[in-house]
Design a protein around this ligand. Structure first.
Ligand code: GLN
Length: 472
C-alpha cells in the first residue's frame, strides 16, 4: 500500500476517494505490527480507538466538516498527558499512571481532527540523547538497528521514520525533538519558548521545556504549529500571541545568515557532518543569501550552563514523585521517610538520580552562588549575545548534532560524552529561541545528517517559511 509522507498528499487522496481514514489508520496499524516489535518506538498503541475515531472523522469529512488536521495520524511522547490514557515519562515511578486531563497541545490537535495512534517511548523524564534511559528499553534507528534513535524523543522520531504514523509530538528541553529528528532523517521543531503551552507536559526543566513536532516535511510541522501554538490560561509562561498563523508568508526574501567559527572548528564534530555543513552554507550562498562567519565566545559554556540549570529545575520538579500522590509506592514503605526514600530509590533510574543529585547540589546553600547563580548569569549573557547577533542577521546555522546516530551502548556509560552530544541544540533552549532541524544528506554509511537553523524569539513563521522554501 502507498506510504505517505505529507498531510497534503493524504488529504488529496482522501479528496479523490483513493483512500478513507479507516484505511489509512489500518495501514499505519499494519506498519506498527510489522516494525514496532523490533524498533520499540511505541509503548502503547490505541488501535481500536484510532479506528473508531477514523470512522467518525470520515463521516465529518464526507459532509465537508472535518478539521484542518483530518488525515494527520500522530504519536504522542510518553510525557504528554492524554486524558484517560497512561503517561509514564518512560519511568518506572509513573508506570500505570493515568492522566485526568489532556495537555493543551493534545486538546488542540484533537479539536482539528488529528488521530492519536499511540504513545511513544522516550528517555526517562526526557533526560537523555539516545533513548537508552527509558524503563522500556532503547528505541532502534530504522536506518540501522545497531544505532540509537537519538533522544529523548527517540520513539517519536522512529514512529515517523518507520511509517507508524505521519507525525509525532515530542518535547524539547535541550534538543530532544531536533536531535532524534536529525538522526532519523526528519524535520524536528523547537518553537520559541512559550509558543506552545506546557500544560499537560510532564515537567523536566520548566524554563526550557517545550512541545514540538517531528514530521517528514516542514509544511506538516507548520500545520501542526498553526494548531498547537497560542495563548493558554493554564500556562502562565505561554506567550500571549500566536507565533504561527495560517497566513505564513512565503519566503522569497534574501536573508542574512550567520554561522559560528567555533562550531565549525569544534573538536567533537565528525568530518562528514562538518563537510555537509560547509556544503549547506554553500547552498545558502548560491540561493542568494548573505552568509557570514561570526564568532561565538560562549560555545564551550553552553553544555555546563544547560546541565547546571536543568538539573536544578529537575531536582525541584521531580520532588513531587514521592510515593504519595501518583505512581509507584515501595512495598517497603512504612512511614513518611521510608515511603519517600524507597519509592524514589526504586522508581527512578540511574540517569534521573544523577540529575536530581546534581541539581540538589548546585542549589545547596554552600554552592548556590558558585554554580546556580553563576549559570543564571551566563544564561543571560548568552541570551543577550544571541539577541544582538539576531538583530544583525536573520538566522544562525549549525549542524544539529556534532555526529550522526551513534552505536547503541556506545555512550551509555559515559554521561559526559552523552552530554556533549547536545552542544549545538541547547543554545536555543538557553536563549528561548525557535530552532529547526532539517535533513541534509548523509554520511558514507548512509546515516542521516541534520542542519539546524535558529531565528530570533517569536520569528517562528519566518523560520518555518524559510525552511520550507529550501527543502521543498
Ligand atoms: N539531551 C538533553 C538532555 O539529556 C536534552 C533532553 C531534552 O531536550 N529533553 O537533557
Amino acid at each position: 500500500m502507498k506510504q505517505y509522507s505529507s498531510l497534503k498528499d493524504i488529504q488529496s487522496d482522501l479528496g479523490a476517494g483513493l483512500i478513507t481514514l479507516p484505511e489509512l489508520v489500518s495501514m499505519y496499524l499494519k506498519n506498527i505490527e510489522t516494525n514496532n516489535p523490533k524498533l520499540n518506538a511505541l509503548i502503547e498503541v490505541y488501535g481500536e480507538e484510532a479506528l473508531e475515531r477514523a470512522q467518525q472523522i470520515q463521516v465529518k469529512y464526507n459532509s465537508g466538516e472535518a478539521g484542518k488536521l483530518a488525515g494527520m495520524v500522530v504519536s504522542i511522547k510518553d510525557n504528554i498527558c492524554f486524558k484517560g490514557h497512561q503517561s509514564s515519562a518512560s519511568s518506572s515511578i509513573l508506570k500505570g499512571f493515568e492522566s485526568l486531563f489532556s495537555a493543551t497541545a493534545i486538546e488542540r490537535i484533537l479539536a482539528e481532527d488529528a488521530i492519536i495512534i499511540g504513545r511513544s517511548n522516550c528517555d526517562e523524564f526526557a533526560m537523555g540523547a539516545s533513548n537508552e534511559t527509558s524503563t522500556y528499553g532503547p528505541v532502534l534507528n530504522a536506518k540501522n538497528t545497531l544505532k540509537v534513535s537519538g533522544g529523548s524523543s527517540g520513539g517519536a522520531a522512529v514512529s515517523v521514520q518507520a511509517n507508524m504514523c505521519l507525525a509525532a509530538l515530542g518535547s524539547d528541553t535541550g534538543g530532544s525533538v531536533r536531535q532524534p529528528a536529525s538522526f532519523c532523517g526528519l524535520v524536528g521543531y523547537k518553537p520559541t519558548y512559550g509558543a506552545v503551552s506546557r500544560w499537560g507536559l510532564i515537567a523536566y526543566a520548566s524554563s526550557f521545556d517545550i512541545i514540538g513536532p517531528i514530521t517528514h516535511t516542514v509544511a506538516d510541522t507548520t500545520s501542526i504549529m498553526e494548531v498547537i501554538s497560542g495563548p493558554d490560561n493554564y500556562d502562565a509562561t505561554a506567550l500571549n500571541k500566536k507565533v504561527v498563523t495560517g497566513s505564513t508568508e512565503s519566503s522569497t526574501k534574501k536573508l542574512k545568515i550567520a554561522y559560528f567559527k567555533e562550531a565549525i572548528d569544534s573538536e567533537g564534530i565528525e568530518p562528514a557532518v562538518k563537510q555537509q555543513t560547509l556544503v549547506f552554507i554553500d547552498k545558502l550562498k548560491q540561493l542568494g543569501h548573505e552568509v557570514k562567519q561570526v564568532s561565538f565566545p560562549y560555545l564551550d559554556v553552553l553544555v555546563p550552563v544547560y546541565y547546571t540549570l536543568t538539573t536544578a529545575e529537575a531536582s525541584s520538579n521531580l520532588s513531587r514523585f514521592a510515593g504519595m500522590h501518583y505512581g509507584k509506592r515501595s512495598e517497603l514503605a512504612k512511614d513518611l521517610e521510608t515511603t519517600v526514600k524507597f519509592s524514589r530509590s526504586e522508581g527512578f533510574g540511574a540517569e534521573v538520580k544523577r540529575r536530581i543529585m546534581t541539581g540538589t547540589f548546585v542549589l545547596s546553600s554552600g554552592y548556590y552562588d558558585a554554580y546556580y547563580s553563576k549559570a543564571q548569569k551566563v544564561r543571560r549573557l548568552v541570551k543577550n549575545y544571541t539577541d544582538s547577533l539576531l538583530e544583525e542577521v536573520d538566522l544562525i546555522v549549525s549542524p544539529t548534532s556534532p555526529t550522526v546516530a551513534f552505536g547503541i551502548g556506545e555512550k551509555a556509560t559515559n554521561p559526559l560524552a552523552m552530554y556533549l552530544a547536545d552542544i549545538f541544540t541547547v543554545h536555543a533552549n538557553i536563549a528561548g529561541n525557535p530552532a529547526i532541524s532539517i535533513p541534509f544528506g548523509e554520511d558514507e554509511a548512509g546515516m542521516p545528517i541534520g542542519m539546524q537553523l535558529m531565528a530570533s524569539r517569536c520569528n517562528d513563521a519566518l523560520l518555518l517559511a524559510f525552511s520550507e522554501s529550501i527543502t521543498a
